[in-house]
Design a protein around this ligand. Structure first.
Ligand SMILES: [Zn+2]
Length: 335
């Protein structure tokens, strides 16, 4: 029953048409075109579908393009980040290399400095033992050069260089701080040694200029102090000691110094007076012959005269005096 009704309705619809008429403004025949209504409906549906498809496609494409664009931006950012990280790593690498080279250089300098200090300590021992060494071979002047291993014209950019990362960085920092400490210690030891060397040099100088030993080998016939004068018979002071020795026996300087007098004085006969500095003088008198001149520099053990009996003397001997600040003291304390 309902099927027959539907068929009838569809048949009616198929038969109904849409008529479009064109009416000219001037005279002429009216034209008309009849389109089945079903076709109009179908055409409309197709048009709507096409428009919908186009709209959806547009949005879809836009979304795709936007997604692609976004991915590209992310990718670019990632590449930028990688490039930056790479640059950082290269800088860190260069910095580490520089740091290592720096360490190597400073280690070499410290080794050199330690070798210098070793040589200096040997030199000091030599000075104290009395070996002749050059006093000016080393000095504290070079100390500053070892403070930092900086090449000329190069700044140590510790602050601006990117700090090393990870364990290597920590190790590098620790090594650097230990090297700094070692450099400070070395500089301190160098300063101490320089001071010690100056002390040793002055000690040695003092020792070299202090009377020591005998001016000649012989028998002591008169000692220092109060005695009965062998000629006048009066009790009086004796300013030195008398050492009897055959005429012509060599007399040597008992310390380094400068000859203050080589000549003759009343009572002393022919004598030599040596100024040793530090307020010390020695006197060698009654000589048969002097072989040094006034102003001449002499060394300990150097022959300065020969034994005789000139001046107030009873026989060939050396009258030997040691004076401290001009006052005679017992030469026995210096023999
Ligand atoms: Zn005497």
């Amino acid at each position: 029953m309902w099927r027959r009704l539907l068929r009838r309705k569809l048949a009616r619809r198929r038969r109904s048409t849409l008529t479009i008429m064109a009416i000219p403004t001037t005279d002429g025949s009216i034209r008309s075109i009849s389109i089945p209504l079903l076709l109009v409906y179908m055409g409309s549906a197709v048009a709507v579908a096409v428009v919908a498809f186009l709209v959806l496609s547009y949005f879809g494409m836009t979304a795709t393009v936007a997604r692609f664009y976004h991915q590209q931006i992310v990718k670019d950012a990632h590449i930028d980040k990688l490039a930056k990280e790479n640059a950082d790593l290269q800088r860190i690498n260069a910095s580490n290399k520089k740091q290592l080279e720096d360490f190597a250089q400073r280690t070499a300098e410290l080794e050199k400095e330690l070798a210098r200090l070793d040589a200096m300590s040997k030199e000091i021992m030599g000075i104290i033992k009395g070996k002749k060494v050059s006093v000016t071979s080393t000095s504290v002047a070079s100390r500053g050069d070892y403070q930092r291993g900086t090449a000329p014209g190069e700044e140590r950019g510790e602050e601006d260089a990117p700090s090393s990362s990870g364990d290597d960085g920590a190790l590098a920092l620790e090594t650097q701080s230990r090297l700094d400490e070692l450099a400070r210690t070395t500089a301190g030891v160098a300063g101490d040694l320089s001071a010690l060397k100056r002390s040793a040099v002055s000690y040695r100088d003092r020792l070299d200029h202090t009377p020591q030993g005998w001016p000649t080998r012989g028998r002591v016939t008169s000692s220092f102090g109060r005695r009965r004068h062998p000629i006048t018979g009066r009790i009086q002071g004796h300013d030195g000691i008398d050492i009897a020795a055959p005429t012509g026996t060599p007399i040597v300087a008992t310390a380094d110094g400068i000859v203050r007098l080589s000549g003759t004085q009343a009572g002393y006969g022919q004598l030599v007076i040596i100024d040793h500095g530090y307020g010390l003088e020695t006197v060698y008198a009654h000589n048969s012959r002097n072989v040094v001149r006034s102003g001449q520099r002499v060394k300990r053990g150097q022959v300065i005269a020969y034994v005789g009996s000139t001046g107030t003397s009873t026989g060939p001997h050396v009258h030997y005096e040691v004076r401290v600040s001009g006052r005679p003291v017992n030469p026995r304390n210096y023999m």
